[in-house]
Design a protein around this ligand. Structure first.
Ligand code: GLN
Length: 426
């Protein structure tokens, strides 16, 4: 376990039988595990032990899986490199000296290093797809509402989904089948099968892209690192050689997606993280009579820099007098992004772009520059704003051997097409 992929190394045995019997799954440490410490990568939850399992964990157990442990992550999911964790950074097993991506970096690293057969991550603005791309493995961000968030410690609940990470598209799809589907504990879940959608995800990994139409949003390719762009086009050529065709599409709204995403994510975070006050959650203060000071002290000590920055900005964006200027504008941009994607997908089966505009950064390189780090989410955040499904599959490597991922986006609850396209590549 040399890459610091795990925060807590504790095995949780599942049932004896089931589709995942004998197989192992690493679980991101913001997903609740009954009786096993769940920290969200934060000193605030250093000794927090949930009294119940998240729905996805229950489903893993009844599918027969063994959970290998709880994986490292950016604190509360806030980051793109797994360096904001209070438990130290994770190293990328596929690119030593480089970050594994984030925020589910521990999960992707565990799979890339062969320490687990599969992993679960969470994707609020790219946190499954980014580490999958950086570590040379496959990651799926499901349609909003396909996978239950019950027992997921919320960062920005209108954006996030739990998603699978695996060495191959077929295995990622197999894990998606186990965790997907309606849950009475999460009223935002839907039953796509009942609405006529194809939910045989693993069977869709048949590599048959003959006749498939791929839309390529120019805005998500332009401006990316040169070698990333080259690797991306080689992979598109590969799909074309297998019978797919492509055309370029415009998504003018995505220019505003990163801004809108961060306003919405930080606003939701400022509200979701209010519960970490030393009374409801977090270490109890030695109460000496001044409630405000005690409360502030717990938060001052328990949260890292990035989390504090986001709580402050989110609180500001929601405050009286500024709400219309920031939050409402971001919601308008979100609606526009959704509409752009719907239009583009009306003339394509899937949309393709590089998952990340840059190859994995060197460790320590981006920590002092939050804005550059936020901009690295340019291609992934629009998909969360639009509530759509997306997959990241390995597309190749740069000249220096750094992994490059291709992102394929499908229509809502149309996971099968992007799985099919991805399986033709990997
Ligand atoms: N990098 C993005 C952020 O920091 C995405 C995080 C995520 O998907 N959890 O918000």
């Amino acid at each position: 376990m040399s890459h610091n992929a795990y925060i807590t190394d504790e095995r949780i045995e599942g049932d004896d039988e089931g589709p995942l019997a004998g197989r192992t799954v690493a679980v991101k440490d913001n997903i609740s595990t009954d009786g096993v410490r769940t920290t969200c990568g934060s000193a605030m939850l250093d000794d927090y032990v949930p009294p119940y399992d998240a729905t996805v964990v229950q489903r893993l157990k009844s599918a027969g899986a063994t959970i290998t442990g709880k994986t490292n992550m950016d604190e509360f999911g806030m980051g793109t490199t797994t360096e904001t964790s209070a438990f130290g950074p994770t190293e990328n097993p596929a690119a030593p000296g480089h970050v594994p991506g984030g925020s589910s970096g521990g999960s992707a690293a565990a799979v890339a290093a062969g320490e687990a057969d599969f992993a679960l991550g969470t994707d609020t603005g790219g946190s499954v797809r980014c580490p999958a791309a950086f570590c040379g493995v496959v990651g799926i961000k499901p349609t909003y509402g396909l996978v239950s968030r019950y027992g997921l410690i919320a960062y920005a609940n209108s954006l996030e989904q739990i998603g699978p990470i695996a060495p191959s598209v077929e295995e990622a799809a197999e894990l998606l089948e186990v965790i997907a589907g309606p849950d009475e504990h999460d009223a935002t879940t839907r039953d796509p099968a009942a609405e006529g959608a194809d939910t045989d995800y693993a069977a869709a990994a048949d590599g048959d892209v003959a006749g498939m139409e791929i839309g390529i949003p120019t805005e998500l390719v332009e401006g990316a690192d040169e070698q990333v762009v080259e690797t991306f086009w080689d992979a598109i050529d590969d799909l074309e050689a297998q019978g797919a065709s492509y055309h370029e599409v415009d998504l003018p709204s995505v220019e505003h997606a990163v801004e809108a995403y961060y306003v919405i994510a930080m606003s939701e975070a400022s509200s979701n993280l209010a519960r970490f006050d030393g009374v409801r959650y977090g270490p109890s203060p030695d109460y000496e009579g001044n409630w405000n000071e005690e409360f502030a002290g717990v938060r001052e000590e328990g949260f890292g820099e990035e989390v504090k920055r986001r709580i402050l900005l989110g609180t500001y964006a929601l405050s009286a007098g500024y709400h219309d200027k920031y939050y409402k504008k971001a919601q308008d941009a979100r609606a526009w992004v959704k509409q752009d994607f719907d239009e583009a997908l009306s003339e394509a089966d899937v949309l393709a772009s590089p998952t990340m505009p840059v190859p994995p950064m060197e460790m320590g390189e981006s920590l002092d520059d939050p804005l550059t780090m936020y901009l690295a989410d340019a291609n992934t955040t629009p998909v969360n704003l639009a509530n759509l499904p997306a997959i990241s599959v390995p597309a190749g490597e740069t000249d220096d051997g750094l992994p490059v991922g291709m992102q394929l986006v499908g229509p809502a609850f149309g996971e099968t097409e992007m799985i099919r396209a991805g399986s033709a590549l990997a």
